[in-house]
Design a protein around this ligand. Structure first.
Ligand SMILES: Nc1ncnc2c1ncn2[C@@H]1O[C@H](COP(=O)(O)OP(=O)(O)OP(=O)(O)O)[C@@H](O)[C@H]1O
Length: 366
């Protein structure tokens, strides 16, 4: 029988976003710290500490928690729920996501309750009564928790207060921004206590090389990826903040490019081409997820930047019934958070200069 062996990839899935490796090199210490907090809470629910994980993008925060969740599901009675707050950013959304997972995993024979037409309090009461009856231990990870603030921050309070009803709940909050809770209502902040902080730092060049080499070994056929390509990719990924995601995506695309040109070797040139394509694709996918207001705002920013007062004038001219000053700033800050623009204050007490971090041709391709 004819069997096709891919000349480039041995196991392409190893480079897919949802693949969680069996080992996360250089994150052993952090994984151990997080696991031990959860394990002691499991043994003694009176001693729960919430967990706050922060650090730059692509440094393994999400991967560590998913890795731990996999083990929790296999080995303990915990009920782990992973929620990405970029997608689910309201208190109703969070509570529904927990209920959804609860019915899917703990009560698979029952119909998942509908969210439509149900008030928040009703949904929350349902969660409380189900958790009380089942006595499971929910470990809820709120990834990119900054997107939940301030609109959905009440849910942090509601979930933390469940302990007062003798329902143990462990929260894990992940963000890039160490100071994300600075302006949060003190009542909510104090409900989250005690909190253990787990900082993640960017990988060093040697760590990055090792991580890339291991992925290459699993993902590609032997000898397909040039050593110079690995070295170059590790350097660029470190320059870009020590982000393994960039390295993983680039390897996948570079492998496809190597196949297309028929030489079946991944070279530095393939890495360079893949990098420029993936940066563009990433920015485009963020732009595609923007609200129509945000899109209108970003598409008005000129290629070579603009000072805020001028931009405000321009915006009001084009959209006379659009948002006012304070809201416009709010939307610009969100765009800056997504990394699509940079806002820097020029001169002492000067106004903000807004710079576009993505090529304008992205907007014509939407
Ligand atoms: N130590 C590591 N070993 C192997 N792969 C890793 C390691 N650290 C990160 N990765 C991989 O890098 C990618 C990005 O990691 P992850 O999503 O965990 O980053 P993050 O810190 O949560 O980033 P962000 O803040 O942008 O959400 C994933 O594919 C993950 O598997």
């Amino acid at each position: 029988m004819y069997s096709y062996e891919d000349p480039v990839f041995r196991q392409k899935e190893v480079l897919f976003p949802d693949y969680i490796p069996d080992h996360l090199p250089h994150r052993e210490k952090e994984i151990k710290a997080i696991s031990s907090i959860i394990n002691s809470a499991l043994k003694n629910p009176e001693s729960i500490s919430n967990i706050f994980i922060f650090g730059p993008p692509g440094t393994g925060k999400t991967a560590s928690v998913k890795f731990i969740f996999r083990k929790l599901e296999e080995e303990t009675a915990a009920f782990p729920v992973y929620i990405n707050c970029f997608r689910i950013n309201t208190r109703m959304g969070v509570v529904y996501a927990v209920i959804f997972e609860f019915f899917r995993k703990v009560r698979p024979t029952r119909r998942i309750p509908s969210r439509r037409g149900v008030a928040y309090d009703e949904l929350f009461d349902l969660l409380v009564s189900e958790l009380k009856k089942s006595r499971v231990f929910p470990v809820i990870c709120l990834d990119e928790v900054d997107h939940l603030l301030p609109r959905g921050s009440e849910v942090l309070y509601d979930l933390s207060r469940l302990r007062e009803e003798s329902i143990p709940v462990q929260l894990i909050m992940i963000t890039n921004d160490q100071f994300v809770f600075m302006n949060v209502d003190p009542r909510i902040k104090s409900s989250l206590r005690p909190v253990e902080e787990i900082p993640y730092r960017a990988y060093t060049i040697d760590e990055m090389k090792e991580i890339i080499r291991i992925r290459v070994e699993f993902a590609f056929q032997k000898g397909v990826v040039d050593e110079e390509a690995v070295e170059y990719l590790a350097e660029v990924a470190c320059e870009m903040g020590g982000d393994v995601r960039i390295a993983r995506e680039t390897l996948l695309r570079a492998g496809e490019l190597a196949r297309q040109d028929g030489k079946f070797r991944v070279t530095v040139e393939h890495i360079k081409q893949a990098l420029s394509e993936s940066q563009f694709a990433k920015a485009k996918s963020i732009v595609e997820q923007l609200s129509s207001k945000e899109r209108k705002i970003i598409s008005l920013i000129p290629e070579n930047g603009i000072f805020y007062p001028e931009f405000y004038e321009l915006y009001r001219r084009v959209y006379p019934s659009g948002v006012r000053d304070r809201m416009l700033r709010y939307y610009l800050e969100r765009l800056a958070k997504y990394g699509l623009i940079t806002m820097e204050r020029r001169g002492i007490g000067g106004s903000y200069f807004i710079r576009l971090n993505v090529p304008r041709r992205i907007f014509t391709q939407l």
